[in-house]
Design a protein around this ligand. Structure first.
Ligand SMILES: [Zn+2]
Length: 478
């Protein structure tokens, strides 16, 4: 491998060079007679941002030009103007960064919950996801979603399969991804009518069909086995307080398994790759979203400190997660040699609170750089959040950029004690999390840029998590 290029070989963009040259010149003239003091082309905030960008221009290229390195460079050139300036003409916060365009994003997400033209019929199977992303995005922005309660309950009553689980809509076969999104949406709107619409006993039997002898879960009966299955199944089991013993007709019972947790930690462990990240299945490539599913799954099985240290190599995991943060963009990519993308603000960014809880450390990631990327480069001019400049906004990137911003702003800690009515049942580990104030040290956001707290494992509001858990803790059996 070629030696890294020296830092001086990376030149500032022409615009940045222009600003720097002008500013030096103005300083020179100002020093001489003061006559030009008001002529600065860069404000104090812009200068602070430029200084920051200079400090993070780390040459992490190996000097080999490939198709990937060319696209990476193209992406950097597309993102830089948004970090250095304000092409969308958004109002700036006190740190000189674009303010969170709350009202525009709310309107975008409310629109995403409306009717779709005929061409979107192919998206029908994704309806639970569209609901989850939009509703979660709205709650992160502080919008009261109770007006959607009846519609959500109605939609999912029709999408629930008589034999358990949820499909995209009426008459569709159930799938674990749709089931995960449906349950989170129902839990978010809350209320006994919505909770009672879930057939928990049928869900228990449905999940039993997915458990595999090697410990993992398929996404549908006879479907692919991957780490999404393990995470989605555990989220549903825990939130709905469903027993962890396998139903009598679960095929895995014929292989000697009796619990949903049998062989699961070992299976997740096999998904950790030589790079340190986590892949969809053993021997596959590590990926940001699968990493979140892996650490999330283990953190539902038990306390992160116990589970992650038992089943994962923490030092390689931390190395891999850190390597996902792009410099100078500040956002994350999902895999080695891939491009920065706003959705990994959550998939990778969301791993940090869990990893910090597991390693009793704090601030081992650069939260302000992540917030910079989201505020500067991931807000669409007309509302909604995006993958990267040049892309169109959608509910998915809106939800996960906002979750990433929440992770950058709020301190989530794993406490020794749990409230009495939340703990004590099966899979109670996720209920020990608390939101403990904000990260003020290196903040780059103003008060109006702060989004609501998001539960680090379930990625819905804490209150929704606690209300649901309490409701089902009071229920005995099905
Ligand atoms: Zn994305």
């Amino acid at each position: 491998m070629a030696a890294p290029r020296p830092s001086s070989s990376r030149t500032p963009s022409s615009r940045l060079e222009g600003i720097l040259a002008d500013t030096d010149r103005i300083q020179e003239l100002s020093d001489s007679d003061g006559e030009y003091e008001d002529m600065g082309t860069a404000t104090q905030e812009e200068m602070a941002n430029i200084a920051y960008l200079e400090s993070v221009r780390i040459p992490i290229e190996d000097g080999l030009t490939t198709e990937s390195s060319a696209v990476t460079e193209e992406t950097l050139q597309a993102v830089l103007p948004f970090l250095e300036s304000n092409p969308n003409d958004f109002p700036l916060n006190i740190f000189g960064l674009p303010q969170l365009q709350r009202e525009k994003h709310i309107n975008f997400l409310k629109h995403a919950l409306g009717d779709y033209p005929r061409q979107f019929a192919m998206m029908d199977a994704s309806r639970p996801w569209l609901l989850y992303w939009s509703l979660q995005g709205l709650t992160a922005l502080g919008y009261d979603i109770s007006e959607y309660r009846e519609r959500v309950a109605h939609t999912f009553t029709l999408a629930q399969h008589p034999e358990g689980g949820y499909g995209g809509g009426y008459g569709q076969l159930p799938h674990l991804a749709a089931t995960y999104a449906a349950v989170l949406s129902i839990v978010m709107v809350g209320g006994s009518e919505a909770y009672e619409s879930i057939n928990r006993k049928a869900m228990w039997r449905y999940l039993g069909q997915m458990k595999q002898p090697d410990g993992g879960f398929t996404m549908a009966p006879g479907g692919e086995e991957d780490i999404r299955g393990a995470f989605c199944a555990l989220v549903v089991l825990s939130l709905l307080n469903i027993p962890i013993k396998l139903p009598p007709d679960a095929p895995a019972r014929t292989h000697g398994l009796t619990s949903f947790l049998d062989n699961l930690g070992e299976w997740v462990s096999e998904c950790q790759t030589y790079e340190g990240g986590i892949s969809a299945t053993p021997l596959n490539e590590a990926h940001g979203a699968y990493a979140f599913c892996g650490v999330g799954c283990l953190s539902i099985m038990g306390p992160p400190k116990e589970m992650l240290n038992k089943y994962l190599n923490m030092s390689t995991l931390i190395h891999w997660l850190s390597s996902r943060q792009c410099a100078p963009e500040g956002g994350y990519n999902g895999r080695t040699n891939k491009l920065v993308d706003g959705c990994y603000s959550h998939w990778v960014g969301g791993c940090w609170s869990i990893v910090e809880a597991a390693t009793a450390s704090t601030n081992i990631c650069n939260r302000s750089a992540l917030a910079r990327y989201i505020l500067s480069a991931a807000q669409a001019k007309k509302g909604g959040l995006i993958d990267k400049p040049g892309k169109k906004p959608d509910a998915y990137h809106s939800c996960y950029n906002l979750a990433g911003l929440s992770h950058a702003q709020h301190r989530y800690t794993y406490e020794a004690k749990v409230q009495e009515d939340l703990g004590g049942g099966d899979l109670d580990a996720p209920y020990y999390w608390k939101a403990q104030g904000d990260y003020d040290d290196e903040k780059v956001w103003g008060d109006t840029d702060i989004v609501n707290e998001v539960h680090p494992i379930f990625v819905i509001p804490f209150k929704a998590v606690h209300d649901c858990r309490r409701y089902f803790m009071e229920k005995e059996g099905f």
